[in-house]
Design a protein. Sequence first.
Length: 194
Amino acid sequence: SFEVYLLDSLSGRPASEPLKGHTDIVRSIAFSSDGRRLASASNDRTVRVWDFVTERQISGPLEGHTDWITSAAFSPDGSRIASGSHDKTIRIWNSTTGEAIGRPLEGHNGDVTSVAFSPDGLWIVSGASDATIQIWNSKTGQSLREPLVGHSAAVWSVTFSPDGERLVSGSKDSTLRLWSFRTGEPVGEPLRGH
């Protein structure tokens, strides 16, 4: 079965009944900033939104991707969800109604593996198997600049620093890289150790 389990952080035991609805592997889980909602993204090509308190699905399935969904993230205010997929696109959803907002964001030449919102909610960063990072305006869907390049293999994870000034990316090339959000330039040398 393909269920989402809420676990007690101290005991590690299930804190509720499993959340059921997905029909394939769940790849990503994200909490809203208020901790009340949970988004789950799956190989079944859907995102589902759950109320953490009532343990019920409140939105979804959000449908539109044409391949596995690998990543989901809430905007800081909780009003939107971004999802990245093996269909090489990012989609933005209204987290309450489940409706798609705008057109899919297209520009990666590989599977989108990770998405994250900036702290102010205006930007979305995405990483992909094409070893690039892209920054998108979450309101217009336009890319900010040319893709950030420097990794030699798939980018598995991306996020913003809490002040929004930097990006960090983790890659299959076993490095972490820091980037300036303003310029898109690398900050220092790649971090190695993994």
